[in-house]
Design a protein around this ligand. Structure first.
Ligand code: FES
Length: 107
């Protein structure tokens, strides 16, 4: 089971073991990690699952599709080149050790 590290805005890390096939958003929500809302349940209509992927991981993840890029314009915190919607990040074995930082706000 791959490991996921979520870094809170204050720098506090939260380690989770995540089932392959589960999204980063879902893993955070079911483990009650503050900072990920996931209001639309992963339907790509809310942008409340915004994360900043660690730069060392950015090139190793599947690319954003057009819908995700469009929704990133609606995030509460200003997006960066490392921004992703975590409902679109589906864990694989190859993503073991993925590190993402949570924004200060999702709404
Ligand atoms: S959970 Fe709504 S866009 Fe990701």
């Amino acid at each position: 089971m791959p490991r996921l590290v979520l870094i809170q805005p204050d720098g506090e890390p939260k380690d989770l073991m995540v089932e392959v096939g589960q999204s980063v958003m879902r893993a955070a929500v079911v483990n009650m990690v503050p900072g990920i809302v996931g209001e639309c349940g992963g339907e790509l209509t809310c942008a409340t699952c915004h994360v900043f992927v660690d730069p060392t991981w950015a090139a190793h993840l599947p690319r954003q599709d057009e819908d995700e890029r469009d929704m990133l314009d609606l995030t509460s915190e200003e997006p960066t080149e490392f921004s992703r919607l975590s409902c679109q990040l589906i864990m694989t074995e190859e993503m073991d050790g993925l590190v993402v930082r949570l924004p200060r706000t999702q709404r």
